[in-house]
Write a protein that binds this ligand. Structure first.
Ligand code: NAD
Length: 307
């Protein structure tokens, strides 16, 4: 498949590298010149449980230098960069281009649909982890999965081709007609743990006391209530089990939102707790703990964001 990745940071580089290794024609599109230059010089250095290697059969470009629209555009910017990235890239989207978002949070379809017909948008969620700390390098350990669907439930042939392409790179992808349940369940998990860690600077394990656990469970219940009132079936018991598993077994983990705060970067709180609060308000539902975490992360961000 002819694939471009808009936002070739941790996730975009991982997916781009693995798809190129599976012989798809991949272009990484980013604004991080040091990362692009390093890949041009030495290839993309990918480290997974399968080992470390350089992937050299992919192209890299800045958005404005893109000349040909791909069949599939995967958006992997942070949620707050989606619109700016797409606005700068009309050449990225042709008549036959489908756009896939596996970004965290809610509102991804709406943001992309400002630039692409909604019937050409696919949405999903992934549990693959990725880290990029040095230009030109990406690492991912452990396993993950992807679930996706077209935003309007159509284009089943494109969905099937996309799933096939991702599976050819061993990314463990399935088409999921109940994609919104998967997305909301991940949002509930992230709304509960990411914000609390970002505010308190605790690792996930350090939240595992009576106060931390009770707050996390309360937030899951609030988000699940908003999902259910929006017509999306989620299982709060299952999400709480996942949260408790993380508290017990991912003790040293620093969620990306905590890493962002520590590095003085903007967080994705608006796409996670922020979107839940907006939807709760529209439905007339109170979500006091989710909202408190939103306001506290905004305060932390105001103090710490460098640029
Ligand atoms: P990242 O910050 O590592 O990568 C984002 C990339 O977007 C950067 O390389 C940045 O330079 C680029 N970018 C910013 N503005 C741009 C623009 N205008 N045009 C083109 N590129 C631009 O972020 P990430 O960790 O890869 O996360 C990407 C998305 O995937 C987020 O929504 C995140 O929540 C989600 N996600 C991340 C993980 C993970 O483990 N990292 C797992 C699942 C989902």
């Amino acid at each position: 498949m002819d694939i471009a990745i808009l936002g070739a940071g941790a996730m975009g580089s991982l997916f781009g590298g693995l798809l190129a290794e599976a012989d798809h024609r991949v272009t990484l599109v980013d604004v991080d010149q040091a990362h692009l230059d390093s890949i041009r010089r030495e290839g993309l250095q990918v480290t997974t449980d399968a080992g470390a290697r350089a992937v050299t059969n992919l192209s890299v470009t800045r958005t404005e230098d893109m000349v040909e629209a791909p069949e599939l555009l995967i958006v992997f910017t942070k949620t707050f960069h989606t619109q700016k990235a797409l606005a700068a890239a009309p050449m990225l989207i042709g008549r036959n281009t489908f756009v896939l978002s596996l970004q965290n949070g809610l509102g991804n379809v709406e943001r992309i649909a400002q630039y692409v017909p909604r019937e050409c948008v696919m949405v999903g969620m992934t549990t693959w982890p990725a880290d990029k700390s040095v230009p030109g390098q990406v690492a991912s350990h452990g396993t993950g999965a992807i679930r996706l669907m077209s935003a309007d439930g159509g284009a089943q042939d494109v969905v099937a081709r996309t799933v096939e392409a991702l599976n050819s790179a061993d990314l463990n992808c399935t088409a999921d007609p109940n994609i919104w349940s998967a997305i909301w369940e991940k949002v509930a998990f992230n709304a509960a743990l990411n914000g609390l860690c970002a505010i308190t600077k605790c690792t996930v394990g350090e939240l595992a006391n009576v106060d931390g656990q009770a707050l996390a469970v309360r937030i899951v219940e609030e988000v699940a209530g908003v999902a259910q009132a929006s017509g999306v079936a989620v299982d709060p018991g299952h999400i709480i089990e996942t949260v408790e598993h993380a508290l017990a077994h991912h003790r040293e983990h620093r969620p990306s939102m905590l890493q962002d705060v520590l590095a003085g970067r903007k967080t994705e709180i608006e796409a996670i707790n922020g979107e839940v609060v907006v939807r709760a308000r529209e439905l007339g539902i109170d979500v006091p703990c989710t909202q408190a975490v939103l306001h506290l992360v905004r305060l932390v961000e105001n103090r710490s964001v460098v640029a």
